[in-house]
Write a protein that binds this ligand. Structure first.
Ligand code: OAD
Length: 257
């Protein structure tokens, strides 16, 4: 047994990974939970249980009360700067080197996958450490240690900027959506790690992958809408399950060499 997942289930997924030409991974807030970053929908500690997203995470919130919205996002920047990638992030980064082709799509805006060593991460919901201007599309890196008080203004348009994340009511950037959908149509195994699978269009990627014949694997501490239809469900924390999967894959490789 590893965590709560059966070792036979881990072995079955490792077999699928060993045979895969292209592995795609979709991650959500659960992957960063063991680093100390709060998830969104946990009933007690989730961000949306404590804060109203409509007052903080919409374009209207930034127009109505940019100071409050910026204070909240700067708090999140500081929080994320102070934590470290965990064993789940690291195992996902290592998995990329063990398979012929690998795509990582994350809904997380915290940059922890990159800090764990993942390259070419598709940031589905953007990046907390950028500032963007809705009126002229300018994007610029934000200082992680930005403690300034006033909301930043775009030097080109003069408008108040927002963080470089996808706010409620905003569309996923076209290129990001296309790259993610392409990976979903092309992969042989689709791992869905630490996401509640409630938020579309990200949650729809698993449906696309299934439609194109991929094996769908859910790694999550709790049941989600995906659990019923996934080919394999590995129940437990990603910081335990992902390293166990990597170990099983390496044992498999040792056997077949
Ligand atoms: P949620 O908070 O909705 O879901 C987190 C999921 O992670 C839940 O299903 C938990 O059971 C699971 N989980 C918690 N700890 C875990 C662990 N250690 N290992 C594995 N799983 C664990 O977060 P997301 O699904 O990422 O969007 O939310 C999707 C989007 O909704 C976010 O990107 C954000 C939010 O509104 C935007 O801000 C645009």
């Amino acid at each position: 047994m590893t965590g709560t997942a059966e070792s036979s289930a881990i072995e079955a997924v490792a077999h699928a990974l060993a045979a895969a030409r292209h592995v795609a991974v979709l991650t959500g807030a659960g992957v960063s939970a063991e680093s100390g970053v709060p998830t969104f929908r946990d009933a007690q500690t989730g961000l949306w249980a404590r804060y109203d997203p409509m007052k903080l995470a919409t374009p209207e919130a930034f127009l109505r009360d940019p100071q409050t919205a910026w204070d909240w996002y700067r708090w999140r920047r500081r929080l994320v700067t102070e934590v470290k990638p965990n064993a789940g992030h690291k195992a996902i980064a290592a998995l990329a080197d063990r398979v012929p082709r690998f795509t990582l799509v994350t809904q997380n805006v915290d940059g922890l996958h990159q800090r764990a060593g993942s390259a070419d991460v598709i940031e589905f919901h953007g990046n907390l450490f950028e500032d963007k201007c809705a009126s002229c599309d300018l994007r610029e890196p934000a200082e992680p240690s930005d403690h300034g008080d006033a909301p930043p203004r775009c030097e080109s348009s003069g408008e108040v900027m927002t963080p470089g994340v996808v706010l409620f009511g905003e569309e996923i950037p076209k290129r990001v959506l296309e790259q993610s959908q392409l990976a979903a149509t092309d992969c042989d195994v689709f791992l869905v790690v630490g996401t509640s699978s409630w938020v579309y269009p990200a949650a729809g990627l698993a449906d696309t992958a299934r439609g194109f014949g991929a094996t769908i694997v859910e790694i999550n501490t709790e049941a989600t809408p995906l659990s019923e239809t996934a080919d394999h469900v590995l129940r437990g924390p990603s910081g335990e399950i992902m390293p166990a999967l990597l170990d099983a894959l390496e044992r498999n490789a040792g056997v077949t060499q």
